[in-house]
Design a protein around this ligand. Sequence first.
Ligand SMILES: Nc1nc2c(ncn2[C@@H]2O[C@H](COP(=O)(O)OP(=O)(O)OP(=O)(O)O)[C@@H](O)[C@H]2O)c(=O)[nH]1
Ligand SMILES: [Mg+2]
Length: 461
Amino acid sequence: MDNSHLTNSTDTIVAIATAAGRAGVGVVRLSGGDLSPFIEGLLGYQKTLVPRRAYYAAFLDAEDVILDQGLLLFFSSPHSFTGENVLELQGHGGPVVLDSLVSRCVELGARLARPGEFSERAFLNDKLDLAQAEGIADLIDASSSQAARSAVRSMQGEFSVMIRGLVERMIELRVYVEAAIDFPEEEIDFLADTRLRQNLKRLADDLANILMAAQQGALLRDGITLVLAGKPNAGKSSLLNALAGQDAAIVTAVAGTTRDVLREKINLNGVPVNIVDTAGLREATDAIEKEGVARAWREIEKADAILYVVDVTSSEDTQLKTLWPEYFSRFPRNHQKIITLFNKIDLVKADSHIVEDSENLIPLSAKTGEGLDSLKDILLTTVGYQEQADGVFSARRRHLDAIAKASEFVATGITQLETLGAGELLAEDLREAQRYLSEITGEFSSDDLLGRIFSSFCIGK
Ligand SMILES: Nc1nc2c(ncn2[C@@H]2O[C@H](COP(=O)(O)OP(=O)(O)OP(=O)(O)O)[C@@H](O)[C@H]2O)c(=O)[nH]1
Ligand SMILES: [Mg+2]
């Protein structure tokens, strides 16, 4: 990869690499060109450090007063995280002492690192690609062991290898098609070329598969948002409490108890789930409840899935269209997953009319907990999560978008070929598809995109 147009800074950057707060050890990291002035300044004398050897030393200020003592580690370019010369000071993990070490390094000529700047330098020096750098950030942010495992796979480059493999195949197909166009005297009949069509078909299938795996990874990373909606007193807040395992929301027999939007975070098989409790939907009379209902609708619109809660003792109906006509009049083209929950089954006889006949209808009781397990099981499949231990790598929205775009171009390319025999158009579509895929690993990414990605990382990473 040629990123030489971006590599301009050889100034030395410094940051605390460990978390803020008190800890046994705290790490300050420097990266740059010639680090000897820093070594000399911190130690008080000149010394050539052997790379990757731990030195026990006192770190001094300008007046030779000891700021801290700890380990000094040197990594020489290009064998370091950033690919530059790197110096690590492992001192004591107190905010004041670490700040004083950073100040000392600034005094000696370093500049405070921007968020993600170490990773950015690693990317610019070809130590890792963009998807791998994002994997590192995702590993740091992982909220479950499953999410962490998938981030490790991305960090190690499994995702990048798959993407590069697809890019390679696109290039081969382009070369083949473009060569045929350039030598028309050879007279290649694209329409009759079954090998080309098979290869294209396989490419389309593999793109679809990788998109599915990436969607799993994105779910593990970003989680899903579920909104509890329904008439007043249906038991929405009781369900929030039951799912969260704590008394988060006020529950009373008064219809219209909840007015504000309440959020709780839970973890289902490693997938972070945001559960949102809302005001009961009805023609509200007072101003507060009106606002609550308006907010409820806004949350409903944004949800990945909606749990529509119905008080089973109040309805004989099981059809969502009659249970919740307001939803369908607001959103005529129903775009969301809705699961109907018949709550309070503890109040009806066991042989009642409710039959568990579909994934979209679950009888349960927020009070006794009956039915909650089937709800949890169904929730994840509803949003498209399949638990698979292996093969999932962490992915982001931008990766999904890029793969989807590439798929579209391959699909139109195939159509161009099949309907028009148009090799030129196919070649153009393949070029576009390749460009989108290459954005994932950062080969063709704009400085703008890179800036946005790295600035979302934490400082010191
Ligand atoms: N027996 C029984 N009562 C329940 C169950 N779930 C909720 N309730 C009761 O129903 C009443 C309303 O419950 P909430 O959870 O406040 O209902 P809500 O849908 O949040 O109501 P609003 O906030 O007013 O919209 C309370 O008295 C609860 O104790 C259940 O599964 N079984
Ligand atoms: Mg409530």
